[in-house]
Design a protein around this ligand. Sequence first.
Ligand code: NDP
Length: 456
Amino acid sequence: MSQREFDLIVIGAGSGGVRAARVAANHGARVAIAEEFRVGGTCVIRGCVPKKLYVLASRFRDAFDDAAGFGWSVEAPRFDWPRLVAAKEKEITRLEGIYAQNLERAGVELIRQRAVVEDGETVRFANGEMARTKTILIATGGAPVMAPRIPGIELAISSNEIFDLPTFPKRLLVIGAGYIAVEFAGVFGRLGSETHMAFRPELPLRGFDLDLRKRLAAAMTEDGVTFHAAAPPIALEKTCRGVLARLGNGAELEVDVVLAATGRRPATAGLGLEQAGARLSGDGAVIVDARARSSAPSIYAVGDVTDRINLTPVAIREGQAFADRLFGGRDVEVDYDSVPSAVFSTPEIGTVGLTEEEATRRFAEVAVFETAFRPMLATLSGRGARVYMKLLVDGASDRVVGAHIFGPEAGEMVQLVAIALRMRATKADFDATMALHPTMAEELVTMRAPARIFRG
Ligand code: NDP
């Protein structure tokens, strides 16, 4: 049987891979994309999309409570986990269908099998068939790390499994305090689980601005999540009613489910990359240059598998740029300046640019503007919620080099602030922008006196 030939074979039909495949095909390339699981990748199937749906579901608890302050009487609301899981499944199946349809429309051949690299120009599929190709794009994303390596860690589940738990966990322990940990602790706490978080540092979200970390810890504790800071588990044991976690501070805790939210690792195991000449980092990430090329000339990689900025929109941009460069004759590079990010905790975090700690290390003079206020919704609801915003301004240029928001819709606000930062807006530009009243975002343009000024 003659081997089929392509210009490009993409391995992994997630955000980056699908975009690259479609764009390359639209440029006229003969493209195949291989996927061993479901089309859509982590973001659509078991990441950003279902996570945000669950976050939205969890926030109804607050909405029911708050409604009373505005004159509503709401009967005791009840939550049905299987109904949410089923609704989520319907939606991601719909999205999966759209992804597959878009690939087909672009003329990309979708091969629903695991693929591995045989050499720089050959790919082997799980059914034993081979295909020849001029270029290979690795877009296999990442997979959860089950840590720490303690006795009983196999009793824990990862974020892959938590979406479809057959039974709603009455008691949940989350290990770790990164994005995934705080998001799921917030979701399950609001949906009714007795929720614990056990982690290594004193505060959650290492790497984020310290003021946001402190405020998030306080808000989540007030909301009923129990923090076991500086006390990660040292052992997990099965009991007749669930799992017993022994924590580093001597405490013991019995729960129904333990979620290990302890980072993700590039999914390159067994792909044959090193034999084909593509170098990997110690963590298994494909090492690529600014144009996504690995040390094997015909092998490229985009997205989480390169372990740079592990966010969906970044993978999409990388996939687009790769396809435009190789098949569209366009000399484009991805601009990683001012990448905004959000943590869909409740309250939410939105951040772009430098943290205060980074800014004061980098610039000789940094003016810190901050504001904390009660959102309008909380005035009648009686909720003790506070919104916090911080702008960091380089004293020499007056440029806003960091913006951090903690509160409802922080992600939505920071997406827009990111445009201003990318355009190198100064504090004077912010000040000159008319406020839109009454909004939370207006505070971003009405902060006048710095809370403090650092001079290095
Ligand atoms: P993070 O890197 O954000 O957090 C990992 C957490 O696990 C940290 O609290 C870390 O602790 C802890 N940890 C790691 N190893 C161990 C260990 N051996 N023992 C105990 N604790 C450990 O990873 P996530 O899993 O939360 O998310 C993975 C990636 O997915 C993120 O980096 C992000 O890019 C992406 N993501 C983005 C989201 C968004 O944009 N909203 C949402 C979800 C995921 P320590 O701080 O001590 O190292």
